[in-house]
Each structure stands twice: as C-alpha cells, then as structure tokens.
Design a protein around this ligand. Sequence first.
Ligand SMILES: Nc1nc2c(ncn2[C@@H]2O[C@H](COP(=O)(O)OP(=O)(O)OP(=O)(O)O)[C@@H](O)[C@H]2O)c(=O)[nH]1
Ligand SMILES: [Mg+2]
Length: 365
Amino acid sequence: MFVDSAIVNFIAGNGGNGCVSFRREKYVPRGGPDGGNGGVGGSIILVSGNTTNSLIDFKYKKTIKAQKGANGSGANKTGKDGEDIIITVPAGTVVKSYPDEKMLFDFSANGLSFTIVKGGRGGKGNSHFKSSTYQAPKFAQTGEAGETLAVILELKLIAFAGLVGFPNAGKSTLISKISGAKPKIADYPFTTLSPHLGVVYNDDDSLVAADIPGIIEGAHLGEGMGLQFLKHIERTKVLLYLLDVSPYAAMPPLEAFAVLQEELKSYQANLLKKERLVVATKIDLLPANPDPDPDSDPDQESPALRELKEHCLGENIPFIEISAVKEINLKQLKNKLFELYRATTTLDIAKPDAAKTNKEEPTNQ
Ligand SMILES: Nc1nc2c(ncn2[C@@H]2O[C@H](COP(=O)(O)OP(=O)(O)OP(=O)(O)O)[C@@H](O)[C@H]2O)c(=O)[nH]1
Ligand SMILES: [Mg+2]
C-alpha cells in the first residue's frame, strides 16, 4: 500500500553520423578527406538526493529521451555531443527491469548515481579512414544507437509524520490541504478506512505525512477500527495530534489528547516517545470574540482551547491552532513541521563525500 512506483522508458540519444567530405580549396585540385566524427548521444543518469520525496514526477513522464549527438561535418568538425540528462530520485528508490523485475540498482542512500542508459557513440567521419594505402575513403560510419531500457522504479515511502485523532477531527481535510493526497472527507466518523500518504512541500523541502483512520476510546479493545493500522505510523518521527476544539467536538480537546495517548500507549508505549505537535482544529467554528478590546484574551470564548494551549505550554509541547477548511495557520503549521523535520533528519543524511558512484561501470549491456 505504501509503495510508490512508476514504469518509465528511458531512451539515450543516438550518436551523430560521421561525415563524408573532401577538402575543396582553391589551387588544391584533389584535397584529402575531411569529414568529421558524429557527436556522442546524451546518456540518462539517475542520482539519489533529498530534493524530492516521491516518484510523482515520473507519473507524467512515461518516456524520457536524451538528445542525439549532432552529425560530423566538413573541415574535420566533430558534431556536438547530446546533453546528458541527470534526474534526481529519492534515496530508497530501487530500479528493476521491466517487465521481468530484475533488480538493477538500489539507491540505498543519498549521493549515489546510476547511468541507466548510455548514449550511442558518434560515427567516424571519412577522414578517420584515410591511410597510406587508402587516400580517399568515400564512406563514414553512422552513429551508434543509444541504449533503451524500460524499468520499474519503486519507492517504499516512509512517513515522517503521522496524523492521529478522533474520527472527524479533520485529519483527512488537513492532509488534503497541505499535500497532494485526496482522501475521502465527510462529516461522519470513520470516513478514512485505510492510511493515505501525502507529500507535503514547503519551499524547496518536502516530507511525507500519513493520514490514518480515527481512533476512539477503547480502540485497544477493538472499538471502532481498532489499532491495527497504527503499524503504519510506527516508523514515523513525529505524531500530529489533531484535536477538535469546536463546540461540536465529542470531548474537550485536553481530555481527547489524554485518551488518544492512552490508546497509543496500549498499542506500543514507544509511540509516546515520538516528537509531538498538537494541532487544535476547526478554530473557524469557535464563536467570535465579542469583546472589541484588543488587549482582551482572544481565547476567552473558548476555555477548552485555552486549557489545551496552557497544557502544551506547560509541558513544552509544540502547539498550533488551525482551520483546514478556512486555511488558517496552515503555512505556520508547515513551518513547525519542517522545523521538526530538519531537527530530526539532519543526522540521517549521508555525507556527500561518502557517496559512491557506479558511473563508470558498464550498465545493462
Ligand atoms: N468548519 C470546519 N470543518 C472542518 C475542518 N476540518 C475538517 N472539517 C470537517 O469535519 C468533518 C470531518 O473531516 P475529516 O477530514 O473527514 O475528518 P477525519 O479526521 O479524517 O475523520 P475520519 O476519517 O473519520 O477519522 C468534515 O465534514 C470536514 O469538512 C475545519 O477546519 N473547519
Ligand atoms: Mg479521514
């Protein structure tokens, strides 16, 4: 369920043709051969890096083709080489041949590179074939064809953040606003029946978040959807606790927070050791503050929200209040999330000087 995959056809550029040409100069009646060589076709190289987190870019580009080398020309001019295409894939991507699924390369860390298809060599021009016994060759080589390879790219997505909360807390609405995920959203409990992943972008950074089904009190005893799907967030680094602070919530948010933590703990105590971000949801449904005095407490109409906020402040738990529907504070939420992301992942990123390369190795010949 959490495997992102794409089938892509890679086509390297053909080599340019060699040229048949003879020098033509005034007062030189029989100039020698001067046909240049064709340029080398462009190769396609995959490199692993953290500028992308999914294979989404490949979903729209089923065929990726590099430039051909230009043909050689007279006066021994070599054709221009086709440009190589370098494509970044996320670490964790594996490359398998298609359709037989033979493993070709495993991007097990950042900074690895794999030439997936090599450009064809340029053909030799006729001047190359000149020898003492063969002064005027009237032929040239055609350029070699570039390699072609169909592959399956597979990426096991590991979510960085997991969204937990009661049914209807607004988890799916939030992930649909901050990522490309489009889970079903509705005003009845247990709309989400299986986890959904979304890639969240913030400026040039991206991370994966998981929306999972709602949890209710007694879930560890099998109530509601139970807790089985929590296995999908076991490897996340951060849990976002979504707590409905509107007057329509099933329970005051601070109480809901305690219940959720109890349920997570009974599944696996380690879940409580993860970084937390408390997200108060649906603030657009709070009654407007009738007190026009700008110095008055803006939360006076919502003791439940204030209580939650004070608790988080006291416990040093990052806190934010949002409305996903009205898009209030979503940018701030992303900023907080990415702060946690940078703080927890800096150590995981491979150092560039430790990078290996297979660029020079023969590939899929
Ligand atoms: N007014 C308001 N309504 C919201 C907000 N966020 C979500 N909702 C509504 O709350 C209801 C539940 O939203 P979902 O996103 O489906 O909730 P969920 O937490 O994914 O629910 P389950 O999948 O059942 O666990 C929907 O009717 C949403 O439109 C919000 O910020 N403001
Ligand atoms: Mg949902």
